[in-house]
Design a protein around this ligand. Structure first.
Ligand code: FES
Length: 143
């Protein structure tokens, strides 16, 4: 490795480290529909939104805390999140603006509203359960 390529590598690594350690904050407005409350918080881009909300003394719906279900699902009214670990949401629901706050990072200022867990669950899985119930002639109390 020559001096110039070593210097280039050093600059590249230094730049990456600087960028990865920079924390930006975004304003997040949350309409907690079930509680009738609204929060406006500053949230760092390197912490899950749910964790930041809780660290600031607020509570939102959650259960598994690892992106596996839909308890913490919200609808993004404006802004952008990064949620690569949100395995509990289908790509279609993510495209429709839903996010799981327990595994979402803010990538801009956000306006979000909590969802009824059953609503997101129904959108994502309802058609499949209805098909299975019909196929096997399963009847429930709510049918
Ligand atoms: S708390 Fe379960 S998916 Fe977020």
């Amino acid at each position: 490795m020559g001096l110039s390529s070593g210097l280039s590598l050093f600059l590249t690594v230094t730049s990456t480290l600087s960028c990865s350690t920079m924390t930006r904050h975004h304003t997040v407005r949350i309409n907690h529909r079930q509680e009738g409350k609204e929060y406006t918080l500053e949230v760092p881009n390197n912490n899950y939104i749910l964790h930041s909300v809780e660290e600031q003394g607020n509570q939102l719906p959650c259960l598994c805390r690892n992106g596996a279900y839909t308890t913490c699902a919200v609808r993004i009214l404006s802004g952008e999140v990064y949620q690569p670990e949100a395995v509990g949401l289908s790509p279609e629901l993510k495209d429709k603006g839903y996010a799981l706050l327990c595994v979402s990072y803010a990538r801009s200022s956000l306006e979000i509203e909590t969802q009824n867990e059953d609503e997101v669950y129904e959108i994502q899985f309802g058609q499949h359960f209805r098909r299975v119930k019909k196929k096997f002639k399963i009847f429930m109390d709510d049918d």
